[in-house]
Structures are given as structure tokens and as C-alpha cells.
Ligand binder design. Structure first.
Ligand SMILES: [Zn+2]
Length: 91
């Protein structure tokens, strides 16, 4: 609790659980490389560091979704944290 800036520590357990649940593959493209665990509701927007709020993404899709979340609203499905297919043209 020290310092003025609020920090968002992440549970390593949540990361490993999310990876295992998603079978160590990106939820969008099923890539097995460069995986990162993304928070569906960003921690700075009140999201929790829980398995339910975590989704496994490859580095590319993680950055694409993060960009979408930070730009126009409504591009990311709040239920899944993934971009709408109609917007992105993914399967
Ligand atoms: Zn991907």
C-alpha cells in the first residue's frame, strides 16, 4: 500500500489457471506461441484478477484487443472480452 500510484498486482495462480483452462492457446486464433493472459474487464476499470475475468491471448491479439478497448467503445464483447466477429471478421 506504499506509494501514491495505485498498483495492480496480478496473481500468478490466475495466469497459470487461465492458461490451463484455455489449453495454452489463444482464444481467438488457437496459436500456441507468445501467450499472454488478458483481463476482460481491465483492472483499472474495476475488473478483478480472477479466472473468470481472464482470457488467454497471443501477443498479437492481446495488443489488438487492448487497442480496441482503449479506442472505440463497443468493439469488444463484454461477455467474452473478445472483439465482435462482425467488427473484426474473425471466425
Ligand atoms: Zn491469437
Amino acid at each position: 500500500m506504499a506509494g501514491k500510484r495505485k498498483r495492480y498486482p496480478r496473481s500468478k495462480a490466475v495466469i497459470s489457471q487461465a492458461l490451463a483452462r484455455d489449453q495454452y492457446a489463444c482464444r481467438i486464433c488457437n496459436s500456441y506461441g507468445m501467450l499472454e493472459v488478458h483481463h476482460i474487464v481491465p483492472l483499472h476499470k474495476g475488473g478483478e484478477d480472477t479466472l473468470e475475468n481472464a482470457v488467454t491471448l497471443c501477443k498479437m491479439h492481446h495488443s489488438m484487443i487492448t487497442t480496441a478497448q482503449n479506442s472505440k467503445r463497443g468493439q469488444v464483447d463484454p461477455q467474452t472480452g473478445l472483439p465482435y466477429k462482425s467488427v473484426w471478421g474473425w471466425r
